[in-house]
Design a protein around this ligand. Structure first.
Ligand code: S3P
Length: 162
């Protein structure tokens, strides 16, 4: 059984994937492996369009993965990836307030995110608003995560799929 986590940057997809205690397919890691370079390098050298093509290719490879798939925040921006998600039953949108997301993104020094680097709060808010409908449409379930720990979100997901 495959559980797919979607949501904006900073929504905790990777932490929740880990907390679920299942095998994890982290799409950003797989994309970087496929390209043989880091995500910032793909954006800088090949452009976002190429990144999105790799993202769709990886999504189609892992969409039936037996475990949990942590997607990248922009996976819902392409028609091709949305079509793949549409066929899945367990797509969880980890929803959070944009102010909280912004704080988490800003404080996350480990993860270099080209889309976040090029945007201040207003810019990220616009990106979020553009994507919000796509997240909701792609989701089989929406989890409001603002008041929850990663373990609590994982427990809520388990309750639904078990
Ligand atoms: C992106 C989100 C990132 C990564 C890439 C693009 C986006 O993943 O895929 O930097 O467009 O929102 P996270 O959501 O895991 O940060």
């Amino acid at each position: 059984m495959s559980i797919i986590l979607i949501g904006f940057m900073g929504s905790g997809k990777s932490s929740v994937a880990e907390a679920l205690g299942l095998p994890v397919a982290d799409m950003d890691v797989l994309i970087a492996q496929k390209a043989g370079k880091s995500i910032p390098e793909i954006f800088a050298e090949d452009g976002e369009k190429h990144f999105r093509e790799l993202e769709t290719a990886v999504l189609s490879e892992v969409s039936d993965f037996d475990g949990v798939v942590a997607t990248g925040g922009g996976v819902i921006t392409t028609e091709a990836s949305r079509a793949i998600l549409k066929k899945q039953k367990n797509v969880f949108f980890l929803k959070a307030d944009i102010q909280n997301l912004y704080e988490r993104i800003k404080n996350d020094t480990e993860n270099v995110r080209p889309i976040a680097q090029n945007n201040d709060f207003g810019g990220l808010y616009d990106v979020y608003k553009k994507r919000e409908n796509w997240y909701n449409e792609a989701a089989s379930y929406v989890i409001e995560t603002d008041e929850m720990t990663a373990c609590e979100v994982a427990a809520a997901i388990k309750e639904i799929v078990c």
